[in-house]
Design a protein around this ligand. Structure first.
Ligand code: ATP
Length: 222
């Protein structure tokens, strides 16, 4: 039986640049069986010390991918960025092999369009996404920020003084600031769901959700 049918946890990562190697390492730490592929012998040698399965191959070659058993993986990530030609030809080869979930990294909108048209199912923009997130962290007082599209965001923020000392039911943050407080971490405690009876103290950290402008305004209160 092929691995595609037998075990869903395997993920192939192609391209061990900075992005690809962080991705492969995180997937391994999450308990996935990772097959890492790079055409560069030095990179392969370096990463074989840290990852279980690292092989050298030119991923634009459909035959090489087939030989490596990539066809058995349900999920393959093309983490090549700078070389547009290599990234596009690799996605094309994976599409020819009927890989069900091809994730591909794009470095521009046009690159993304091409990747989609040759068969990528998911296109990711690590540099753009990280840049945007870090910009929010720098200009606001947010401790963490995730934007979900459709003008919806979640942020981790230090509690503003105005929300300290009385139950959230009385302070009504949703009416005052337009954000929903979904979780709270009191100093020295773990994160818990927030409810109307939650009383925040100075130094608490909250997780809030709402539209981007409201979440940003809320973060500036602290
Ligand atoms: P990063 O930003 O992640 O460091 P990069 O943009 O600097 O990456 P890329 O050109 O995207 O560099 O290459 C990333 C990795 O992909 C490199 O290790 C490179 O050897 C590998 N790579 C490039 N083309 C192929 C290919 N055809 N087959 C396999 N690996 C490839």
């Amino acid at each position: 039986m092929s691995a595609r049918n037998a075990d869903d946890s395997g993920i192939a990562v192609i391209g061990l640049g900075r992005f690809g190697c962080h991705l492969a390492t995180s997937l391994t730490q999450l308990g996935h069986d990772v097959l890492a592929i790079d055409r560069d012998a030095d990179r392969v040698q370096k990463w074989s010390r840290h990852l279980d399965r690292v092989v050298q191959a030119d991923a634009t070659e459909e035959g090489a991918l087939r030989q490596l058993g990539v066809v058995d993986f349900r999920r393959v990530v093309v983490a090549i960025g700078a070389s547009l030609e290599a990234s596009v030809l690799t996605v094309l080869a994976l599409a020819e092999l009927d890989v069900p979930q091809i994730w591909a990294r794009a470095t521009s909108d046009k690159h993304a369009l091409i990747l989609g048209s040759v068969g990528a199912h998911h296109v990711i923009f690590p540099e753009a996404e990280t840049g945007e997130r870090v910009a929010h962290l720098i200009v606001s007082k947010m401790l963490d920020f995730i934007e979900f599209g459709d003008d919806f965001a979640i942020a981790k923020v230090r509690v503003p003084d105005a929300l300290v000392g009385r139950p959230l039911r009385e302070l009504a943050p949703a009416e005052r600031y337009g954000v929903m407080i979904v979780g709270a971490k009191l100093p020295g405690e773990r994160f818990r769901y927030a409810d109307p009876a939650t009383v925040l103290t100075t130094g608490s950290v909250v997780v809030v959700e709402g539209n981007i402008a409201q979440v940003q305004r809320f973060a500036m209160l602290g």
